[in-house]
Design a protein around this ligand. Structure first.
Ligand SMILES: Cc1cc2nc3c(=O)[nH]c(=O)nc-3n(C[C@H](O)[C@H](O)[C@H](O)COP(=O)(O)O)c2cc1C
Length: 338
């Protein structure tokens, strides 16, 4: 696929399309969102990594540092809740609406073994009747917009039509579809045919999510599925924080802004954690994605991964920033071919 070049407008008129930053637990917390919004504004919403309410109905200090409004001022954020208990969901959603959020998202997609074995996340898709009861209780119990982020099923996309029938019974403000089943985790190609079929069956607002890495990917998905006028991007944006700007016809990522973005993240994590070790640990996860923008990144990336102290970390980062920067992040295996 060829890149959309600097300042060149994509052919389709995409003004009506909205672009959302996907929630990514451990990566896109409040500090990340603030830095991204400052240096690469343009995301219409940031979906927050999930909160997991417990029976005692208090958010932990760590959860509040992600979700409390004072950490998200001026940034369009949507909190996400992961639970199978409708009472706990209602409590969390009410608390979040009281904080001023306009929408709360329910996680029906997390594939992790520990989550699914407890019947949460994608595990909720295994029991459609239970899910129906849960939705009935939360839509009756809470006033405010509730959106869903779902996979196509647990084992097979054949599960999806029944699930869509259930979703269609409720005033779901947005159905975000990640067209994989739980068994696919994030490895297998996304299932675009099944996504297309879902659009025929479901009448409410839909957002597509999965495998979008370049501006051209987004244009192609839009060309195939114009009804899905919202696109959610996760790993593609971690790798290329300027991707939404490029999609909208703006320029590719520049060295100086990437460096400033990196430095703000580093300093904010250092301030928040008070420890170079955990700061570097956090930055390493980011670099697994961001390094895809740099040509010949293997050597400095190795240096970053090895670093445990600030001095070697900084010198590996300096080496990274001396490399040529790509217009599009490199991806060894395309997640879809259209
Ligand atoms: C490290 C990581 C953390 C994630 N955390 C969450 C999460 O908290 N909530 C959620 O709904 N999805 C989560 N996801 C899934 C992403 O939101 C998204 O659906 C997935 O990465 C596919 O989109 P992409 O190909 O654009 O990245 C996570 C994915 C990754 C790789």
């Amino acid at each position: 696929m060829k890149a959309a070049g600097r300042g060149r407008r994509l052919e389709r008129n995409q003004t009506a399309v909205e672009y959302y930053f996907a929630p990514m637990e451990g990566v896109t917390g409040a500090i990340y969102r603030a830095a991204h919004h400052r240096y690469f504004p343009g995301a219409d919403r940031y979906y927050m990594p999930f909160l997991t309410p417990t029976r005692d109905h208090v958010f932990t200090p760590r959860e509040l540092r992600n979700a409390a409004p004072e950490y998200n001022r001026g940034i369009p954020c949507v909190p996400q809740v992961l639970t199978k208990n409708s009472g706990d969901f209602c409590w969390a959603a009410r608390a979040l609406f009281d904080m001023g959020y306009e929408e709360v998202n329910l996680n029906l997609g997390c594939p992790s073994g520990t989550v699914v074995s407890k019947g949460k996340g994608a595990g909720m898709l295994a029991d459609p009747e239970g899910l129906d009861r849960f939705l009935d209780e939360i839509f009756a119990g809470v006033e405010g917009k509730i959106s869903l982020k779902t996979r196509l099923g647990l084992e097979s996309p054949e599960e999806f039509p029944r699930l869509l029938e259930i979703f269609g019974k409720y005033p779901v403000s947005l159905l975000i579809i990640h067209p994989r089943v739980r068994r696919d985790f994030y490895r297998e190609p996304v299932r675009l045919e099944e996504f297309g079929r879902a659009l025929e069956l479901y009448r409410g607002p839909v957002c597509y999510n999965g495998g979008l890495v370049t501006a051209e990917d987004c244009a192609r998905i839009q060309g195939c599925f114009p009804q899905a006028d919202r696109l959610m991007i996760g790993q593609g944006l971690l790798a290329n924080p300027a991707l939404i700007r490029q999609i909208k016809g703006g320029g590719p990522p520049e060295r100086e802004e990437l460096r400033a973005f990196h430095d703000q993240l580093l300093h904010s994590y250092l301030e928040a954690f008070g420890s170079p070790r955990s700061t570097i640990f956090h930055m390493k996860e980011l670099w697994t994605y961001l390094s895809r923008l740099f040509q010949g990144a293997e050597k400095p990336l190795k240096g970053i991964r090895k670093a445990e102290q600030m001095a070697p970390y900084q010198s590996a980062v300096d080496a990274m920033f001396r490399l040529p920067i790509r217009e599009d992040a490199a991806w060894e295996r395309r997640l879809f071919e259209l």
